[in-house]
Design a protein around this ligand. Structure first.
Ligand code: AMP
Ligand code: TRP
Length: 343
C-alpha cells in the first residue's frame, strides 16, 4: 500500500523566500541503476516539480554508494543509468543542476569538518545504520556510520533548505538539522536548517505488498523497463491477502494495487468501489494498472533509451552541472574554513 491511504505528512506548502534566504532545493539519490516506481512516486516527481519553483540541485551520490557497492564497473554503470533515468523522468538541465557527488570533492571536505560537531551517539542510533548492521554484518565500514554527516554536507554546502525525499530519509534529514544546529552553535550562524519535502506517496510498498519498494529487496516495478517486464511485475503483486475467492469483497484500503491506481487515473474511487463490492477481481485491477503504468511511462522510456544510446550527452550534462556548482561550493568552503580557524 502506498501512504496516501494514511496521509501523514502533507506535501509542503510553498514557503516564502526572503531576501536573505532564497529558497533552494537539493536532493541526493543513490546510483542504484535504473529508477523504479518507488523512486519516482516517492521523490523524483517532486524533484521535477520543484525545479520549476526554486533553484534546484540534484546529485547522484556515488561516494555514499561506496559504503555498499564495491565493484567499480558496477558503480559506473549504475551512476550512468540513474542519470539517464532522472533526465528521462523529467529533470531538465536548463531548469536544474544535475551532477555526480564525486565530481565536487568539496562535499567530502565539508563532511569531514561536520563530523567534528557530530556526536558518535547520534550516528549510532540512526535507523539506516542499524539496518545496515543487520543487512551487511561483514562490512560495517566507517562510511556507513558517517553516512548521514556526508548527506548533511551535500545539502548545506549549497545552503539548500528544501529536500525532496521519501519517508525513509526523514531520520537522516532530522540528523542534518541537528548537525546544522551544532555547527551554528559552535561557530556562529552559517547554515540554514534544511527540511524534508514529501510527495503524496512518501512510502511506496513493493510488489510483495509488505516492504518498501527497493532494488535490494527485488520487489520493484521497473517503470522504464520493457512493457512485458512491467506486466510481469504488476501481475505478481500481492493484493488483499484476505480476499480468497473472486466473489469475496476486497479491502482496497489495504490493497497495494488499488492504492497505486490513485496515481494513474482519476477513476480510482470507482476502481476501489469495484473491488469492495467484488464487481471486479484483483486480476482485472492488476491488468489495468499494468497497462496504465506502461502508457504513462512510455514517453519517459523512449527518452531513456535515447539517452542510453548517447552516453556522451549524459556525461556532458553531468560535467556541466558539477562545473556550474564549483563557485558556490568554493564560497561555502572559504566561509567554513575561516569560521573554523583553518585560514
Ligand atoms: P535511494 O535509492 O535510497 O537513494 O532513494 C532515492 C529516493 O527515492 C530517496 O529520496 C528515497 O527516499 C526515495 N525512495 C526510494 N524508495 C522509495 C519507496 N519505496 N517509496 C518512496 N520513496 C522511495
Ligand atoms: N541517503 C539518501 C538515500 O539513500 C541519498 C542522499 C545522499 C541524499 N545525500 C543526500 C538525499 C542529500 C537528500 C539530500 O536516498
Amino acid at each position: 500500500m502506498t501512504s496516501p491511504a494514511q496521509p501523514s505528512t502533507a506535501p509542503a506548502a510553498k514557503p516564502a523566500a526572503t531576501a536573505s534566504t532564497p529558497l533552494k532545493t537539493f536532493s541526493g539519490i543513490q546510483p542504484s541503476g535504473v529508477a523504479h516506481l518507488g523512486n519516482d512516486l516517492g521523490a523524483i516527481r517532486n524533484y521535477v516539480k520543484l525545479q520549476d519553483e526554486y533553484e534546484a540541485i540534484y546529485c547522484i551520490v556515488d561516494y555514499h554508494a561506496l559504503t555498499s557497492t564495491h565493484d567499480p564497473d558496477v558503480l559506473r554503470e549504475r551512476t550512468r543509468d540513474m542519470a539517464a533515468s532522472l533526465l528521462a523522468l523529467g529533470l531538465d538541465p536548463e531548469r536544474c543542476t544535475l551532477f555526480v557527488q564525486s565530481h565536487r570533492p568539496e562535499h567530502t571536505e565539508l563532511g569531514w569538518l561536520l563530523t567534528t560537531v557530530t556526536p558518535v551517539s547520534w550516528l549510532e542510533r540512526t535507523p539506516t545504520y542499524k539496518e545496515k548492521r543487520e543487512s551487511q554484518p561483514d562490512d560495517i565500514n566507517h562510511g556507513l556510520l558517517t553516512y548521514p554527516v556526508l548527506q548533511a554536507a551535500d545539502i548545506v554546502i549549497y545552503k539548500a533548505t528544501l529536500v525532496p525525499v521519501g519517508r525513509d530519509q526523514a531520520a537522516h534529514l532530522e540528523l542534518s538539522r541537528e548537525i546544522v544546529r551544532a555547527f551554528n552553535n559552535r561557530y556562529g550562524e552559517t547554515f540554514p536548517e534544511p527540511r524534508a519535502v514529501f510527495t503524496e506517496a512518501p512510502t511506496v510498498l513493493g510488489t510483495d505488498g509488505v516492504r518498501k519498494m527497493s532494488k535490494s529487496i527485488g520487489n520493484t516495478i521497473d517503470v522504464l523497463g520493457e512493457p512485458e517486464t512491467i506486466r510481469k511485475q504488476v501481475m505478481s503483486m500481492v493484493t488483499d491477502t484476505q480476499r480468497i475467492l473472486r466473489t469475496d469483497p476486497g479491502r482496497p484500503e489495504v490493497c497495494n494495487v488499488c492504492q497505486l491506481h490513485r496515481f494513474f487515473g482519476d477513476d480510482y474511487l470507482e476502481i476501489q468501489d469495484g473491488e469492495r463490492t467484488a464487481r471486479t477481481g484483483c486480476v482485472d485491477t492488476k491488468r489495468l494498472l499494468a497497462e496504465r503504468i506502461i502508457r504513462h511511462y512510455a514517453p519517459a522510456r523512449e527518452r531513456y533509451l535515447e539517452l542510453q544510446a548517447h552516453p556522451e550527452r549524459v556525461a556532458g550534462i553531468l560535467e556541466e552541472g558539477a562545473d556550474r556548482l564549483r563557485p558556490v561550493a568554493a564560497a561555502t568552503m572559504a566561509e567554513v574554513r575561516e569560521k573554523m580557524g583553518l585560514r
